[in-house]
Design a protein around this ligand. Structure first.
Ligand SMILES: Nc1ncnc2c1ncn2[C@@H]1O[C@H](COP(=O)(O)OP(=O)(O)OP(=O)(O)O)[C@@H](O)[C@H]1O
Length: 227
């Protein structure tokens, strides 16, 4: 479902005399349906960079990034938007809220975007909000004023609303209490059970051991530093 082949990445620092730093070389691995791969490696090894390349936010300099047959590294912006809407979900660390949109609408939106019936979409949204302990009194409010933890849980509910065949999870359990952390891990297990291919960054070792089938150490793709 997800296939990374010989991917490399360098950044050009335009505000620092155009210095070019090479951060990744020869990255390759694949994720099958129903499998969860955890990206590990020291801080700065390139976990987030790799995740952003798979989502199409950063362009890779070489290689192929195939998600359900679409090469994200070469796809047109329109193809990437379709891929993100239908196939590839991304639960980032923070909720990007649009002011004045009610929480329940924020969560139902990805389902409506793929043509799901309103009733089904809202039932699913409410079920997720309930499971993630967002009080019903908050559902009709915009999450702009919610606490950090509440916003994170709304973000997770939104990320898991549509049954994406492939998902990227960036620290999905960070700063959650034990109960909500357990719910998120169950959502990941349920997604795997229905066949989703998942790539995650989990600093929480216990969480990682519970859901990940393999670990990929991204440091292995760090280019040799030239002397
Ligand atoms: N936009 C950017 N411009 C320049 N350099 C960048 C950019 N994004 C990342 N880097 C560099 O790429 C390297 C990998 O960073 P990345 O954030 O992917 O690491 P990480 O493994 O996710 O780290 P952490 O665990 O601390 O989040 C770092 O050396 C970082 O400085």
């Amino acid at each position: 479902m997800i296939q990374i082949e010989n991917v490399s990445k360098s950044f050009t620092l335009h505000n620092q005399g155009g210095a070019v730093i090479s951060v990744m070389q020869g990255a390759g691995f694949s994720v099958a349906p129903g499998e969860c791969v955890a990206l590990i490696g020291n801080s700065g090894a390139g976990k987030s960079t790799l995740m952003r390349m798979i989502y199409g936010n950063y362009l890779s300099a070489s290689g192929r990034i195939l998600v359900n047959g679409v090469d994200v590294a070469r796809a047109e912006p329109r193809e990437i938007l379709t891929l993100r809407r239908e196939t590839l979900g991304y639960v980032s660390q923070f909720l990007r809220v649009v002011p004045r949109v009610a929480t329940v609408d924020v969560v139902a939106e990805p389902l409506l975007a793929v043509g799901c019936e309103r009733e089904v979409a809202y039932a699913r949204a409410q079920d997720l909000l309930m499971r993630l302990n967002i009080p019903q009194a908050l559902w009709s409010l915009s999450p702009t004023t919610f606490s950090g933890g509440e916003q994170q849980r709304v973000n997770i509910a939104r990320g898991f609303a549509h049954t994406y065949p492939a998902m990227l999870l960036d620290e999905p359990t960070a700063s959650l209490d034990a109960t909500n952390r357990d719910t998120v891990l169950s959502l990941i297990e349920e997604a795997k059970a229905r066949g989703a291919a998942i790539i995650g960054i989990f600093h929480d070792g216990d969480a990682r051991r519970r859901v990940a089938d393999h670990e990929i150490d991204v440091s292995a793709f760090t280019p040799e530093q030239a002397a």
